[in-house]
Design a protein around this ligand. Structure first.
Ligand code: PEP
Length: 251
């Protein structure tokens, strides 16, 4: 059976104190028997503290929201995959649409980030998804498949087996609009077939594909019911421990 994962993406919210408080609340309220792996995607400033106080407790994991496409060196302000790993966390979110849009991240750069993440034993949560105009032109399947082809298809089978994918239609992120459960399932099935064509059915069948885009306690159960929907990447609702855990418990 595929691993189920619900990952929060705090984005650029919560100072050090507020982030620790939120993570502690999630830890206290989690039962440890959740069907889904809980991952908290936090700003860099929280990683080390949360690695010490949260990671591994009740099975909770913590993710960085980015890492550099360079291994080390004169790149002021950047944080390498090796540095992220050294904080004690095990996951990294890569290629979020906000990073693609505001920081011009390309599929090729993301391929390099994936390599560095995997070399440093971080589990990448690779984000993909189409803007509204692409969906309106009905080119969304080709668009998202190309993101996977250009960023993931160079991976070895071994590395691909460690990778998590998050499909996030950009028009649904932070907008209150969600894809319907049918739209999410259709895209996830399409992506899994695309992965199977390259990596083989067996590996494609083990790859968790998460849905992201205005997921909340009231719609998570319906979205997660899709056979190829293996959990969620949660933005706004991950900033509230009760809402986040209600989503985690939606399976
Ligand atoms: C996200 O940022 O990955 C996201 C899905 O945000 P939201 O849940 O707020 O739409």
């Amino acid at each position: 059976m595929r691993k189920k994962i619900v990952a929060g993406n705090w984005k650029m919210n919560n100072n050090l104190e507020a982030g620790i408080k939120l993570a502690q609340e999630v830890l206290e309220k989690a039962t440890g028997n959740e069907e889904a792996q809980i991952v908290l995607g936090t700003p860099f400033i929280h990683l080390n503290k949360l690695a010490e106080s949260i990671v591994g407790k009740k099975g909770i994991e913590v993710a960085a929201q980015n890492c550099s496409d360079k291994a080390s060196g004169a790149y002021t302000g950047e944080t390498s995959a090796e540095m992220v790993k050294s904080t004690g966390v095990n996951y990294v979110i890569l290629g979020h649409s906000e990073r693609r849009e505001y920081f011009n991240e390309t599929n090729q750069e993301l391929a390099a980030k994936l390599d560095l993440a995997l070399t440093n034993n971080l589990v990448p949560i690779f984000c993909c998804g189409e803007p509204l105009e692409i969906r309106e032109k009905e080119e969304h399947y080709a668009y998202v498949k190309q993101q996977l082809t250009e960023s993931l298809f160079h991976l070895s089978a071994n590395d691909f087996a460690k990778t998590v994918i998050a499909y996030e239609p950009i028009w649904a992120i932070g907008t209150g609009k969600t894809a319907t459960s049918a739209q999410a399932q259709e895209m996830h099935a399409e992506l899994r077939n695309h992965l199977a064509d390259h990596f083989g059915q067996e590996l494609a069948d083990t790859c968790p594909i998460l849905y992201g885009g205005s997921c909340k306690p009231s719609n998570a159960q319906e979205i997660f019911a899709g056979a190829d929907v293996d959990g969620g990447l949660i933005g706004g609702a991950s900033l509230n421990a009760d809402d986040f855990l209600a989503i985690v418990n939606s399976f």
